[in-house]
Write a protein that binds this ligand. Structure first.
Ligand code: FMN
Length: 356
């Protein structure tokens, strides 16, 4: 196949989602049949990138997006991982081949329009078709659990309210929040633009000022109920205003890199399927990531009380999901109908994503 075709495929694939829009990958066109993806992760400086697994999930989402994009050119893909025992810098070799029987994947038109909706959505319930499509989208090895009733959404809202307190009072999360927001922006190539985070302009200006230093954040949190306004806007209202919360549960605990990559494939299929069925989605991964830390007994903060809160929230989460401490949770999100967001993360140009 021509370089042009491979470039086209990568140009589409770069729209795959990644935590905080970090795009933990660089591309190399090795020859006319082989694309090499050089994966990275952000575990060294992003608290939420627990052992690099959210980045591994993004790698999986990218590989699935390459597969779907390639189907539009009558091509099949087959990927192999080589991590040489170190999952910090895995490489994925994606070989492409012509196939007379391949048909274009119906999810292809959704690749570029899929985007996060962080604002409140309509509470209109899922239709049977939407529900069935979401449950089947994750594929073999994954179970999709939906929380749809008002009572269930209240329970999830309470979980997110608690989790947001941990997030906003955690000194180790502060540099992440400071780094990932592009203030006063509608689009951002390598971060999340202010207008896509889901707060009104006045709250955004206050947040920008407060987030200049951790001392300001700590003072606000302590004396001025600083976490209340953002938690109402960013967590409580969105949690209530949606059609459902959705939990992807791997049937077998992910152990090796390939397991996380397969989870990422499932995540992207669920997200694109939601888009295909006219729904928006917002991942809400912090309760799930704090649970990873808590259930592994790993302190994630210099403030020991936060670990205790994360432990308690993990129990609450398990109660909501009718699960035990041993069960694995892979991806947590909310879905619903809403207008197309006016602001979104875009992507680095393809040239900047090519390995030098
Ligand atoms: C593994 C993973 C975890 C994510 N976690 C969150 C999250 O907790 N909250 C959130 O609002 N968005 C989350 N996102 C969405 C990303 O921020 C988003 O995909 C990225 O900024 C690109 O924006 P787009 O999806 O609108 O193109 C997550 C995405 C991935 C792949």
């Amino acid at each position: 196949m021509s370089r042009d075709t491979l470039t086209h495929i990568l140009d589409l694939a770069r729209w795959a989602p990644s935590g905080d829009n970090t795009q933990p990958w660089r591309f190399e066109i090795v020859d006319d049949h082989l694309i090499r993806v050089h994966g990275t992760d952000t575990r060294d400086h992003i608290l939420y990138d627990y052992d690099g697994h959210p980045s591994h999930i993004a790698h999986g989402a990218l590989l699935e997006t390459i597969r779907i994009a390639a189907s539009g050119f009558g091509l099949t893909t087959n990927w192999t991982i080589s991590s040489e025992g170190d999952d910090r810098n895995p490489t994925y070799d994606v070989s492409l081949a012509h196939s007379p029987t391949i048909v274009q994947d119906p999810l292809l038109p959704c690749i570029e329009i899929r985007t996060v909706q962080r604002r409140p959505m309509k509470t209109k319930p899922l239709t049977d078709t939407q529900r069935r499509a979401l449950i089947n989208a994750a594929g073999d090895g994954f179970h999709v659990q939906l929380f749809e009733s008002w009572g269930d959404r209240m329970k999830v809202a309470s979980l997110l309210w608690g989790s947001a307190k941990v997030r906003l009072t955690c000194p180790e999360a502060y540099p992440v929040h400071k780094e990932i927001i592009e203030w006063r922006a509608r689009y951002s190539k390598d971060r999340i633009p202010e207008q896509a985070i889901g707060v009104d302009p006045a709250t955004a200006r206050l947040m920008e000022w407060v987030m200049q230093s951790w001392e300001r954040v700590a003072f606000f949190n302590r004396y001025l109920l600083g976490t209340v306004a953002p938690r109402i806007e960013l967590d409580l209202l969105p949690a209530l205003c949606c059609a459902a919360h959705l939990l992807v549960r791997p049937q077998r605990a992910p152990e090796v890199l390939a397991d996380w990559v397969h989870l990422g494939i499932a995540v992207q299929r669920v997200w694109l399927t939601a888009t295909h069925h006219g729904l928006h989605l917002q991942p809400q991964m912090t309760p799930l990531i704090f649970r990873w830390y808590a259930r592994a007994g790993r302190q994630f903060s210099s403030e020991p009380a936060l670990f205790e809160q994360a432990l308690k929230l993990s129990g609450d989460f398990e109660k909501i999901a009718n699960a035990t401490a041993k069960d694995d949770f892979g991806f947590f999100a909310r879905v619903g109908i809403s207008p197309v967001p006016q602001s979104r993360s875009i992507r680095q140009d393809l040239a900047a994503l090519m390995k030098r």
